[in-house]
Design a protein around this ligand. Sequence first.
Ligand code: SAH
Length: 338
Amino acid sequence: MESFFISIGEEKFRAEQLFNFIHKNRGAKIQNITVFSKVLRDKLENMAAINETKIYKRFDSKLDNTKKYLFLLEDNNIIEGVIMEYTHGLTVCISTQVGCRMGCSFCASTKEGLVRNLNPAEMANQIYNIEEDLNCKINNIVLMGSGEPLDNYDNVIKFLKIIHHEKGKNISYRNITLSTCGIVPKIYALADEGIPINLSISLHSPFNHIRERIMPIGKKYLVEEIIKACKYYYNKTNRRITMEYTVIKGINDREKDLEELIKILKDLNCYINLIPLNPIKEYDKERPSISNIEKFQQELKKSGINATIRREMGSDVNASCGQLRRRYTNGKDSKTIQ
Ligand code: SAH
């Protein structure tokens, strides 16, 4: 922004004023930037734009305080985000892409492929729109909505640096979690960025031959390569890794899955988050009974691996990955939505 202002013959400090204004006001229209003269605002209006993402619909869970949002982007695409209330504060789950090209068989976000990447402003606006709407302060951000964040690497890094910036939202990297299906070279790159966020890996099976059946990315990067990258990430950032494990009856909840899981994770500083499968119509598998998931959890704990079961939030508002957006796009290009 500084070089932008210099390039248009303005003082460098205008950049900090603008950055500060946008983040303090959770977005802005150029004409509302009152720290600038009318002359400068008019000049800017002719050459620049501030991205505007609007709330399209909000769904309030009756079961807990979860609220699910559909956002309308400037090009009429629709994305979704969620706000959840935990004892440690408010967490927002944001999308990083419109759609997704990873093709995981159980995930609704990917069923129509990737439409496009989100830019950093569209990621930040999901947070700011929710804060404005509820007049609240968000404490934690998780990149676990639609899309694969490491498939939109440069924009995601830019967003993380902006949202962390002390003149911006000033959110600590410790309060940010990125979830990935395991794009190994990008895990190494992220480890070397100097931004120690929490890393979550969608593991879902310790066996390559099973993992690649439910997650096509498993054909490209093997479980052992992911574990090695996680160790590197942990050594570089000192942040503990989370392994996400969507439990699917008969696919990854067997005795041998448990044994192999314990074997491959034993010398990685991580914990496992067991996610009961959220059934979608395109995937005809079920979740195991809660008592079986609890048994799985106990066995992991006995072997020294910390395991939790993800509490379901907002299940009455289709709060799981991509389901809500799909209800609105209904398999059609979202641009057809009025
Ligand atoms: N692309 C990223 C983030 C998106 S989804 C990733 O793969 O990690 C966040 C988590 O929800 C992932 O672990 C994903 O595998 C899981 N998930 C997606 N659809 C699900 C479903 N129907 N039931 C349970 N978990 C699901």
